[in-house]
Design a protein. Structure first.
Length: 386
């Protein structure tokens, strides 16, 4: 089964020179200035998902090649990156390197079961792609249950980065798509209509009642930020040999079918965020980069409450630059990201260190006053405190 992360270590990935045994809670809110490394932390999870889908080579090419993947604080980047991740009763570590032609290769992959006595199991290297996809569903040789590799593949493929920044007229969330594309909510919401249709009962008779409750909650939540909105009109249409569907909707007091391109950028982005956070079977870890973009202050307050609620059902990692969004959380939820000698540094806040300030100010106000140093500043030298 999929499992959230307990802790992870990263060496040599983009601006992250060294992050050792960094503990993750159910709720993790990353704050920091532009360029501090928040998005690089998110990109690490995008890379993991690509690895689990045998898409590392394409992911590397689409994101600038190997020269953009390895830590660099001088004329030449380091030659490899490595990571170690702990979740459930298992751990997974790997090392990636680059070839002379600029390709990224898997140099090593190792697995470990904390309940055993055999130590790390090595799976070799020298491959263009990870073995994660080939491990999916693999059973143990000792019985009809998942092997260590099967558990690890399920976990890594169950960590999803949602990115709803593209709300243009040609964005996938606004276009029609196959009604059969409903099994997992897409990272860019490109199948949102099919996913909601299934949740409402279409193609999902086996767990219709539980899913319908989540559908109603999404609808009611959208109505709070868009009072004119009544419901989605999710009606498949035949296109040749395929059935397609799109995110049509209606206003209160009208049966006219409005189209997805008639939703404002902020409204459709909020719909996507609400669907990700309120879905019936969320991924073990949800990662969201700057969800506050384009949202009204009331919508932002509501979104923060959804994030906190979702963290009671799954693990949440969210990066933000919004002081108003930050106000909803506790200091222990917050990780401050800054740069020290060119490398990203991650430090979790502690309530005890801010107790006197919090009697009179919110977390967002402390950021604005630079008591919590999470805004633009010169890079700090080694040993500098936040």
């Amino acid at each position: 089964m999929s499992a959230p992360l307990k802790h992870l270590s990263i060496e040599g990935f983009k601006s992250i020179q060294s992050l050792e045994t960094f503990k993750l809670r159910d709720l993790n809110v990353l704050i920091g200035a532009n360029g501090a490394g928040k998005s690089n932390f998110v990109d690490f999870f995008r890379m993991l998902r690509a690895m689990s889908d045998e898409g590392l080579a394409n992911f590397t090419r689409e994101n600038g090649g190997s020269n953009t993947f390895f830590f660099c604080n001088g004329p030449k980047p380091v030659s490899e990156l490595s990571a170690e991740l702990a979740f459930g009763e298992n751990e997974y570590r790997f090392t990636l390197g680059s070839t002379v032609s600029g390709e990224v290769v898997v140099k090593s992959e190792d697995t470990y079961w904390t309940g055993g006595t055999g130590g790390w199991l090595e799976h070799g290297g020298g491959r263009a792609e990870s073995k994660l996809k080939s491990w999916r569903g693999r059973n143990s040789r000792k019985g009809p249950w998942l092997s260590i590799e099967g558990h690890i593949a399920a976990a890594v493929s169950g960590w999803v980065v949602y990115h709803f920044h593209d709300t243009s007229s040609t964005a996938r969330m606004r276009r029609e798509h196959s009604v059969r594309d409903f099994r997992e909510f897409a990272s860019d919401a490109g199948n949102i209509a099919a996913f909601l249709y299934r949740m409402r009962g279409g193609n999902a008779v086996e767990f219709y009642e539980a899913s319908e409750q989540h559908y109603r909650r999404i609808r009611e939540t959208v109505q709070l930020i868009a009072p004119f909105f009544d419901d989605f009109l999710l009606e498949p249409e035949t296109r040749g040999d395929n059935e397609v569907i799109r995110l049509e909707w209606r206003q209160k007091g009208s049966s006219f079918p409005f189209q997805p391109w008639q939703l404002s950028d902020g409204t459709i982005r909020f719909i996507c965020l609400a669907t990700a956070l309120l879905q019936p079977r969320p991924p073990a870890t949800i990662v969201i980069d700057e969800p506050e973009l384009g949202l009204h202050p009331f919508a932002l307050e509501l979104l923060a409450s959804l994030v906190k609620e979702a963290a009671t059902r799954t693990q949440i990692i969210v990066s933000t630059q919004s002081p108003a969004f930050l106000n909803a959380f506790e200091p222990e939820d917050v990780v401050v990201v800054d740069r020290m000698n060119g490398a990203s540094r991650f430090q979790r806040l502690e309530h005890a260190n801010l107790a006197e300030w919090l009697d009179d100010f919110t977390l967002g106000e402390l950021v604005q006053k630079n008591v919590i140093e999470a805004g633009p500043s010169e890079q700090r030298p080694a040993g500098a405190a936040i």
